[in-house]
Design a protein around this ligand. Structure first.
Ligand code: URA
Length: 475
């Protein structure tokens, strides 16, 4: 029996080094015992965790999942992952075997981690500590279900680049100071001081975006489980806001813009890593990571994050929009805001399943103008669209759709490189270099802007017809 001691549970690099060493030595999963560094004396001779002689190439998709799943809070995780990797090296189709118990466990654990990451992105609340040398510093306490701090810290680094901050969790802490991200030991809630001005900002923000017409208590509980409430300053306002909800419904129209976050109102400019391009990008996931570092144009300075395309790499239809909007910028996904709602409805009517499409944008960063606490959408310039085509072309090369549907004039420019009116292109099926078909239609937000109901209904019907044509063509 070989025994491997992992000093830092949840540390992917440590597990990977150990797994590579064992794989290179041909050590079968049943002959390995995995132990945490704090689990007492060993019965066997202890292996060093790092023994990567003759490194074994692990399947890429599995490595990406393993990097997340290693954070799953279960002592069996290192052993289970090793068994799966061992099997995957002998069975290249393993991950596709959805009825396999290991694969089922892996997918479920991965889903739990993604959900936990999503919650942490949404529910971390900073408190102000003070200011030194012109930089403000903040701290937050958070209790994630799993050991996901390293998975989430880069998001906060991008989002709160211009300030110093620490996020403390029971397992570890992340510190962003002098533009360097470091990790340290776990902490306690007492280390983070009590309520302050940033909490008030969150409460004001929550009050402002609270949408009484959409209140669904069960959905709210599912999205914001009670365990997070005690650390959320705005949670104490939920009951009073609900009590006044009915009166506000009449006065309210859906807000399409929001305050990004309390600190980024400065619309700071960032110095980012220079991106390393092309050769290193071999998958859509890597493309997304590289895109995150994009500084090809100044739009990257103010947006919260770049929004990569989403959907199956084997999609037959690619839908191209203009650029992420306010919600997309915050969530990091395309078409999740008001225009996305319209698009979803129209896709349904056209008989298209959004999950089978690849949705992306001509421009990957949100362009806006700050107006008070709001961020108002601005159209990208031709130059911005042309600069961003590099990314769109990469996505096209990976997905290789049979058909591209452009939504609006910016998307048309992004795909064709030429400025043409939708009217002149609509109603025909065009062919792009390489044989990809193209259908040009309107952008869903156009429907949101039309004051005349009859006109809106006509435009909508034509939009549905364009998408139904796309479905037929790709069938
Ligand atoms: N509008 C777009 O063009 N794309 C999005 O992702 C959202 C709104």
């Amino acid at each position: 029996m070989r025994e491997v001691v992992l000093q830092a549970p949840g540390d992917f690099a440590e597990w990977r080094a150990a797994a590579r060493g064992l794989l290179a030595g041909g050590v079968a999963p049943e002959d390995v015992s995995w132990r945490g560094g704090d689990e007492g004396a060993s019965l066997f001779g202890i292996e060093s965790a790092a023994a990567p002689v003759g490194a074994v190439a692990l399947p890429r998709e599995l490595l990406e999942i393993a990097e997340r799943v290693i954070c799953y809070r279960d002592a069996e995780v290192p052993a289970r992952l090793y068994r799966i990797v061992w099997r995957a090296l002998r069975d290249r189709q393993l991950l596709a075997r959805t009825t396999d118990a290991d694969v089922d466990w892996l997918r479920k654990a991965d889903k739990a981690i993604r959900r936990d990451v999503h919650k942490m992105h949404a529910f971390v609340r900073f408190r102000r500590l003070g200011e030194a040398a012109g930089r403000e510093s903040f701290a937050a306490w958070f209790e994630p279900t799993h050991r996901i701090l390293r998975l989430t810290a880069p998001f906060f680094q991008r989002r709160f680049y211009g300030m110093d901050w620490a996020i403390l969790t029971p397992d570890a802490r992340a510190i962003w100071h002098d533009e360097a991200l470091t990790y340290g030991p776990g902490g306690t809630k007492d280390e983070v001081p009590g309520s302050d001005i940033v909490e008030d900002q969150w409460r004001t923000y929550y009050g402002a975006i609270f949408n009484p017409a959409r209140v669904k208590i069960d959905a709210m509980r599912a999205e914001m489980p009670k365990k997070y409430w005690r650390n959320l300053p705005e949670a104490q306002d939920i009951a009073p806001l609900l009590a006044g909800a009915e009166a506000r419904v009449e006065r309210m129209r859906e807000a399409a813009v929001s305050l990004a976050n309390p600190r980024s109102d400065k619309w700071r400019s960032r110095v980012q890593d220079q991106q390393t391009l092309t050769d290193e990008i071999e998958t859509l996931a890597e493309l997304g990571q590289a895109l995150d570092r994009c500084t090809r144009c100044p739009l990257s300075c103010n947006a919260t994050q770049a929004v990569a395309g989403e959907g199956p790499a084997a999609a037959r239809i690619m839908l191209v929009g203009e650029q992420p909007g306010d919600r997309e910028d915050l969530e990091g996904k395309p078409f999740v805001g008001p225009a996305g709602q319209v698009l979803n409805d129209v896709l349904n009517e056209a008989g298209l399943d959004r999950r089978r499409l690849f949705l992306t944008n001509a421009v990957k960063h949100f362009k806006f103008e700050p107006r008070g606490k709001r961020r108002l959408h601005q159209n990208p310039t031709t130059a911005e669209i042309d600069i961003c085509r590099w990314w769109l072309d990469k996505e096209r090369a990976f997905v290789q759709p049979e058909l591209i549907v452009t939504l609006g004039a910016s998307a048309l420019r992004g795909v064709t490189g030429k400025s043409a009116s939708i009217g002149s292109m609509r109603g025909q099926v065009h062919e792009l270099a390489g044989g990809t078909k193209l259908i040009a239609t309107i952008h869903p937000s156009f429907l949101l802007r039309l004051p005349d109901r009859e006109r809106a209904a006509n435009e909508r019907a034509m939009f549905v017809a364009d998408l139904a044509r796309a479905r037929e063509l790709a069938a």
